[in-house]
Design a protein around this ligand. Sequence first.
Ligand SMILES: [Zn+2]
Length: 449
Amino acid sequence: MKTLFSSIIALLFTVSLLGQQPTNATAKPAPKITYIRAGRLFDGTGDKVRENMVIAVQDERIQAVNPAGSVSIPAGATVIDLSHATVLPGLIDCHTHLGSRADHYDEIHYFKDTPFDSAFAAVVNARKTLEAGFTSVRDVGSLPFLAVDLRNSINEGFIPGPRVVASGPGISITGGHGDINNFSPQTRVSMFPDERNFQIADGVDQVRHVVRAQVKYGVDVIKILATGGVLSKGDSPGAPQFSFEELKVAAEEAHMAGRKIAAHAHGTQGIKNAILAGIDSIEHASLIDDEGIRLAKEHGTYLVMDIYNDDYILGKAIEFGLAQENVEKEKMVGRLQRQNFQKAVQAGAKMAFGTDAGVYPHGDNARQFYYMVKFGMTPPQAIRAATTAAADLIGRSKDVGSIEPGKYADIIAVSADPLEDVRALEHVGFVMKGGTVYKDAITAGPKLP
Ligand SMILES: [Zn+2]
C-alpha cells in the first residue's frame, strides 16, 4: 500500500512538472505542416473539380488550398502524395445508430443484450465508419447515453471514430415506434424506473421533461418519433405519433437549449406535422406527398431519406430473424420512398445524406450514393448532400463539410473518379480526420495502429 501511495505521489509530482514545462519554455514548437498533393480536388463548395492542387494542413485544420504550381513545399516537409487520386471532404452520414448491429433482428435481443453489448458494437462500428470515409456522423437513437459517451471517448482520442453528433434514445409515445410492443403486459425491459426512461413521453409536459432530461445528460441533438415505424411491431409507418402540440413543444425545448431536432417520420401527415412544428430534419420521409415537399422547401426543413437499406432489409435481415410484419411494412414503404426521393430532388428540397446504418452493416454507408444518383441526383449533388449540406444540417459548417482554409482537415481520397461513377466512394482508400491519417491504402504511407 505504502509503495503504491508513494508511486502515486511520485507520479503526481512528475505530472505537475510536466504541466509546468510550457510556462517556462521560450521557443514554441514550430507548427507541423503537412502538404497533400491532390490530383483532382472536389472541395464540396460547388460542382467543380480542380486538378493538381496542394492542401496545406497545420495541426488539425486546413491552412491553405492552392494550385500546385503556386506552392513551394519546403525541403523535408511531410508530403502525402494523392496526385493520382480524387480528394474530397470527409463524408457525413446524418442518420446512424453506431450502437446497433445489423445481425440482431431477432426479438430475443431486446431481452438478452445489455448496454455493454451496444457499447462494444459501437467501438467496432465507429472505426468501420471512419475507415469507410465518414469523418462525421449524427447518431440518432441509442441507449441512454451511449452516443454521448462514444462522442466523448472519440474526442479524447481514446478510440478511433468519426466526430459524433449525439442524440439520446428516440422519443416515442406509449405504444409507438420507440416502445416495445405486443408482448405480455408483464414484460418489461428498462434500465431506469418509468419516470426516468428518457424515451417514452405522453403529453406536452412529459415531452418537455424528456427533452430537458436528455439535454441534461449531454445530447447534441433531439430525435423524436413522429410516426410509426417499419422495424417496430404493432404500429403503422403511415400513422402519426405525437400530436402537433407535442411535436411543437419538443422543437421549442430543443431550440431553446440550442439543439436541433430530427423527426423520424414515414407517414404523410406526420411529416407535415413535424415540418410545421419547426423540426429541423425529417428522417425517412417515405410517404411524403407534393404538399409535404412544398412545406419542407418553405420551412427550409432537410429531408434525410435512407434509400439504400431496403436492399438489406428485404435480403439479409430476413435471414437474421426479421419478423414477417416488418418485412411487409418495408415492402410497402421501400419502393415508394425511392419514388418520393426522386420527386423531392426534382422539386429542389433540401436533402442531406443519411442511411440508417445499424439497420444494415456499418461501413457500407457509401452504398447509398448509387441509389441517390439512380433516383435523380447528379454525382456532385449526391456528394454535396453528404458534405456541405450535411454539415449545414448538423450545424457544423464552420468546421466540416468542405475543403477550405480554417476547417478541420477531414479529408478522404479515392483512386477512381466518383464524379463519373459515384460507386467509387464505396472504396475510400485514404482517410484523414483532424490532420491525423486513419487509413492509407493509396500512398502506403504511415498508418495509425
Ligand atoms: Zn434510424
